[in-house]
Design a protein around this ligand. Structure first.
Ligand SMILES: *[C@@H]1O[C@H](CO)[C@@H](O)[C@H](O)[C@H]1NC(C)=O
Ligand SMILES: *[C@@H]1O[C@H](CO)[C@@H](O)[C@H](O)[C@H]1NC(C)=O
Ligand SMILES: *[C@@H]1O[C@H](CO)[C@@H](O)[C@H](O)[C@H]1NC(C)=O
Ligand SMILES: *[C@@H]1O[C@H](CO)[C@@H](O)[C@H](O)[C@H]1NC(C)=O
Ligand SMILES: *[C@@H]1O[C@H](CO)[C@@H](O)[C@H](O)[C@H]1NC(C)=O
Length: 392
């Protein structure tokens, strides 16, 4: 009966009781036969009542096994009783066919059990992965999330900072700066959205831009974007701004060209303390005459060596002279568009409006964005209307 219960587990729904029809019962104790038949019928009923799907081969194997059980009973009976030669021969042939069936059943069962073995390994593995996912510490970057689950959408995720604290962050999972997805957003502003306001350090310029508070000298006003103690080694960002008044690029009249100073009229992105340069976004004077840009063709002005080629420089003014009081909103800065005749190369940059830096080391430095002009606000201003800064 042990075998029956094993086979019940295998879930058969149909089988034929061929054994009973091949035996005539001549040499069999009728009580024994009746008991066997009864058991078989009961098992058969149970099998029919099960909802599992049937498998022809194994169903046949089951029939064979039932036949064996029957023959075992018959053979036991046969020893006790005397049967004639013809009956012995018949029984032998039945026994032979049953033996074949048993062998095939055994191979089916063993292949089934190896399948079950594989299945249970697979299941165990799956369960382990699932448990891992639930119990392992948080991942420490958007990039790691994307590597582990490549189809993760952009959105908010929890990351572990370097101290193991959970941080709720926005992950941008689509490609940015040509360097794949898995970027963590550390700053964003979109002043064309009427609900957005300038960060408190800045004054609102026009209706949708932010710039320096009034001052009668050169100045920088900055905002810090916290790293939240999560490591990164690359920065991808975009800042869209406007020329206001008579900005003159990298000309820097009144200040020494060190990273702490207003070394440009524009926006300086740095990380850490002491500041390390990431990118400079420079506001030129004119797109068709002197621009004050290093990339300008009319009397170009150079940037300090710590900037190198890590800058964008454009002018919003397309007259030869700039007005003290105009916010040049029709040609936004650092979008790579609308470059005038003396600044054409300034727009010919691969990723513009996006800028990209890879440090070659990882850091948890905060990123600082400083808006600088080397002269007073009555002469020149810069304003920005949008920024998005991502790290990974
Ligand atoms: C078959 O099932 C019936 C009804 O459940 C039960 O009375 C009978 O004892 C069973 N017979 C055997 C041989 O198990
Ligand atoms: C049935 O076959 C098995 C295996 O071939 C054998 O061991 C057994 O003695 C046979 N029984 C009868 C009654 O012939
Ligand atoms: C599942 O995890 C347990 C405990 O860590 C380990 O013993 C078992 O081998 C793992 N199973 C698989 C299939 O990796
Ligand atoms: C900024 O906001 C405006 C208005 O909500 C929207 O149309 C525009 O796509 C946004 N720009 C960016 C870069 O998110
Ligand atoms: C610069 O901005 C300040 C503050 O909004 C303003 O008073 C000043 O007139 C602006 N300068 C120019 C040249 O537009």
């Amino acid at each position: 009966m042990k075998m029956y219960s094993i086979l019940l587990v295998l879930c058969m729904t149909s089988y034929s009781l061929s054994a009973s029809s091949t035996l005539d019962g001549t040499c069999v104790n009728p009580t024994t036969l009746s008991f066997i038949e009864n058991s078989l019928t009961n098992i058969s009923d149970q099998l029919k009542g099960s909802s599992c799907s049937s498998d022809g081969a194994t169903s046949e194997g089951l029939t064979g096994l039932l036949q064996l059980a029957l023959v075992k009973e018959l053979a036991k009976d046969y020893k006790d009783k005397s049967c004639d030669k013809e009956e012995r021969r018949l029984l032998k042939s039945i026994n032979a066919s049953i033996t074949n069936k048993i062998q095939s059943l055994q191979s089916q069962v063993s292949s089934l059990s190896s399948d079950l073995n594989k299945l249970s390994q697979l299941l165990a593995k799956h369960v382990n992965v699932t448990l891992d996912d639930l119990s392992s510490p948080l991942l420490s970057s958007c990039d790691a999330i994307l590597s582990k689950w490549p189809n993760s959408p952009s959105g908010y995720y929890n990351l572990a900072d370097v101290n193991g604290h959970s941080r709720h962050v926005y992950c941008h999972m689509e490609t940015l700066c040509g360097k794949g997805g898995g970027w963590r957003r550390i700053a964003s502003l979109n002043m064309t959205d009427p609900n957005e306001k300038c960060p408190t350090q800045f004054r609102t310029y026009g209706v949708s831009a932010c710039g320096r508070p009034v001052t009668n000298s050169g100045s920088c006003v900055g905002i810090t974007f916290p790293s939240r103690d999560i490591k990164y080694s690359q920065v991808c960002g975009k800042v869209i701004g406007y020329q206001v008044g008579r900005t003159n690029g990298a000309a820097a009249h009144h200040d020494s060209k060190v990273i702490y100073s207003a070394y440009i009229d524009g926006i300086s992105l740095t990380h850490g303390n002491p500041r390390k340069h990431i990118w400079s976004l420079i506001s030129g004077y004119s797109g068709i005459a002197f621009s004050g840009c290093p990339c300008g063709s009319n009397n170009p002005k150079s940037v300090p060596s710590f900037v190198g080629s890590h800058y964008y420089c454009e002018a919003g003014n397309h007259n030869t002279a700039a007005s003290y009081t105009t916010l040049y909103s029709s040609d936004p800065l650092w979008d790579g568009k609308g470059c005038g005749s003396t600044e054409t190369t300034c727009c010919q940059r691969t990723l513009i409006p996006w800028f990209y830096r890879s440090f070659g080391y990882s850091t948890t430095d905060n990123i600082e964005m400083r808006l600088c002009c080397d002269q007073e606000t009555s002469d020149e201003n810069i304003s920005f209307g949008q920024y998005e800064i991502y790290v990974k």
